[in-house]
Ligand binder design. Structure first.
Ligand code: HEM
Length: 348
């Protein structure tokens, strides 16, 4: 009797173990980043916490050159080594001869957002996991139209340097913002895990949605209305191609100075009606227009007009959060901001 009972118990234990396995393999647990930043923190998790709570700046202008130890491939050399090489490559791809940033840089800014943004506080996967650069079919989702050529470019960079997809999507975003004159040098962390499946569908903003819905969507990702006002400022260096395909709107910039990361976007959006016409220089996205006049946002929106330092700081703080959405292994990350190009606060 006893041996039979112990056999039954052993089988039960085995089956419980088997049924627990899918849960153990889950890559992310729901909840916002702060949930992971409790208890005893390491220097890196403390830094992330300080940046997200604005105790420390999300901008770091300290640049350094690739040290010799990287080339000698010394044991224990800097985990950032390869990123100096990636940085040199991306500078060639993102900056045009007049020093302004180009279409690749714009697309890389959008790529970083679209890879990380497919996540909310109930997601068990998705976020900044490189899934959009990988082969899960996300490139065919309507919201990702226009990202095909930057995806191809970044996949080539990935193959050449052997870096992770998840890190590369975010590194390229941060490299692109600093590749635009006046852009912020956003703190740049690497060490994320790559995705094992496609990000959840339906978590990206719709350009025709109401401001209330857009604010609620971003709130579920951990962003305040104020953060959203700062984040959409990335449209300072943007074009539209697919919202309006009429000849008067083709490839129109969303800001009068498209190659420079400046605050003109905030003024341009306030001073022009949504859409465009033949005499209007910019195209104003319906989503930007409704956000700019929403009671929770309009004062912040106006406060960014003519205030580059505040916008850069607020964008960088919000984007550090974006670049870590869904990332569980925060303690494994390293800060490789030093590998980015120097900032250019004046232009021309
Ligand atoms: C309410 C939220 C947002 C909406 C509805 C939205 C929508 C759009 C749309 C419709 C376009 C034009 C696509 C095309 O026709 O080619 C666009 C472009 C762009 N968006 Fe957003 N966006 C939002 C937030 C953001 C955020 C948070 C970022 C970055 C952090 C961002 C970065 C960009 C960039 C860089 C482009 C230009 C891409 C290029 O010129 O290749 N957007 N966005």
């Amino acid at each position: 009797m006893l041996p039979k009972l112990s056999l039954a118990l052993a089988l039960l234990a085995l089956s419980l173990q088997a049924s627990a396995r899918p849960l153990q393999q889950r890559e992310a647990s729901p909840g916002i980043i702060e949930d992971l930043l409790t208890g005893i923190l390491t220097p890196i998790t403390q830094l992330i916490k300080d940046v997200l709570s604005e105790a420390k700046s999300a901008i770091d202008d300290t640049k350094s050159s690739k040290p010799l130890t990287c080339s000698l491939l010394l044991l224990g050399s800097d985990r950032c080594c390869v990123w100096w090489d990636v940085s040199a490559e991306l500078t060639k791809q993102f900056v045009q001869s007049d020093g302004q940033c180009n279409d690749n840089a714009r697309a890389a800014v959008r790529m970083g957002f679209h890879d990380a943004g497919s996540w909310d506080n109930s997601s068990t996967n998705g976020g900044a996991d490189g899934s959009l650069l990988m082969d899960f079919g996300e490139q065919n989702r309507a919201e990702n139209n226009g990202l095909q050529s930057i995806r191809t470019l970044l996949r080539t960079v990935k193959s050449k340097y052997g870096v992770g997809y998840a890190d590369l999507a975010q590194y390229a975003h941060n490299h692109a913002t600093i590749s635009c004159p006046k852009g912020p040098r956003v703190r740049t962390f690497v060490g994320r895990k790559d995705a094992t499946q496609a990000a959840p569908n339906g978590l990206m903003p719709d350009v025709h949605d109401s401001a209330d819905n857009l604010i609620a969507l971003f709130q579920r990702k951990g962003f305040s209305a104020y953060d959203l006002a700062a984040l959409v400022g990335a449209h300072s260096t943007s074009r539209q191609r697919f919202v309006d395909t009429t000849p008067a709107a083709a490839n129109k910039p969303l800001d009068t100075t498209i190659g420079v990361w400046d605050v003109n976007f905030y003024n341009d959006t306030l001073n022009n009606p949504a859409g465009t016409n033949a005499s209007q220089i910019v195209y104003v996205l319906p989503s930007d227009k409704v956000l700019s006049t929403h009671p929770l946002i309009k004062d912040e929106w106006k406060s960014f007009v003519g205030n580059q330092p505040d916008w850069n700081e607020d964008y960088a703080t919000a984007y550090v959060r974006m670049s870590l959405l869904g990332v569980q292994n925060l303690g494994d990350l390293v800060d490789c901001t030093k590998t980015l190009p120097a900032s250019r606060k004046q232009y021309p």
